[in-house]
Design a protein around this ligand. Structure first.
Ligand code: ADE
Length: 241
């Protein structure tokens, strides 16, 4: 997967994609990151990438020229025959979900346009962007962290990026229930014990216990997911209550 970032803060993006599993995705050859500094595409001598909004109002808007020019440059290295999604992270986009992450994970080429200030000129959204995505109902100062969240959710789904131990199959949202508790050595830490059932070696009982924990957590924290789960299972929702 080829991934391009258009950003006024290239160092910020670089620090995110060069570490941990995102970094490993590139060193293992599954993904290739390309970071483009929007200031390099701004007009001299002031190299401004933002300007006052037409019609008034507070805040600055990111100008169209640097983004259109940077995208033209990116297009030179894109393959027309391969799939492409151009993502603009924004609080007024559609909310990121696991199915959307899965859909993006089978795309050949991704471009992230990182906005700042009040956002980007509408003409960029209408002519370049294919996906406006929100990571939740709150507002960040810029698109880079939201891009990182979207990217992380996508890269870990590319087969081979995670090893078996890190498998994504049992995650919350890859399953109708939220994930349950996890324990590792030592068995007792400062008097805090691991539930005995997990040490019993009785796999069926362990599975039942883990499922019950997942059900309880989902019922308490996410009534929306619980409702879907019980209607798909024909459960009464009272069993563990
Ligand atoms: N940019 C600023 N806030 C955002 C959010 N909640 N989601 C995506 N992009 C954003």
């Amino acid at each position: 997967m080829k991934i391009h970032f258009l950003t006024p803060f290239p160092k910020m993006v670089d620090s995110i994609v060069s570490e941990s599993i995102l970094g490993r995705g590139q060193s293992k050859g599954y993904v290739n990151y390309n970071i483009h500094n929007l200031f390099d595409y701004a007009d001299e001598p002031h190299c401004r990438i933002d300007d006052y909004p037409f019609g008034g109002g507070s805040g600055m808007v990111m100008k169209p020229e640097p983004v259109f020019r940077a995208f033209e440059e990116v297009k030179k290295s894109l393959d027309d025959k391969k799939s492409l999604r151009v993502i603009y992270p924004t609080p007024d986009g559609k909310v990121l979900t696991q199915p959307l992450a899965q859909e993006l994970s089978v795309t050949d080429q991704l471009v992230f346009i990182n906005g700042h200030y009040k956002g980007i000129d509408q003409r960029i959204r209408e002519n370049i962007v294919t996906d406006e995505i929100s990571i939740g109902d709150y507002v960040l100062t810029g698109g880079e962290l939201a891009s990182a969240v979207i990217l992380d959710s996508v890269i870990r789904l590319i087969p081979g990026v995670l090893n078996n131990k890190e498998s994504a199959d049992t995650d919350s949202f890859s399953h109708p229930l939220l994930d349950g508790p996890h324990y590792t050595r030592p068995e007792v830490y400062n008097g805090m014990e691991t539930p005995k059932i997990l040490l019993s070696g009785h796999h069926q009982k362990i599975d039942e216990w883990v499922n019950e924990q997942r059900e309880n957590k989902t019922r308490e924290r996410r009534p929306d997911l619980w409702k879907k789960y019980i209607s798909s299972k024909g459960k009464d929702g009272v069993k563990n209550g």
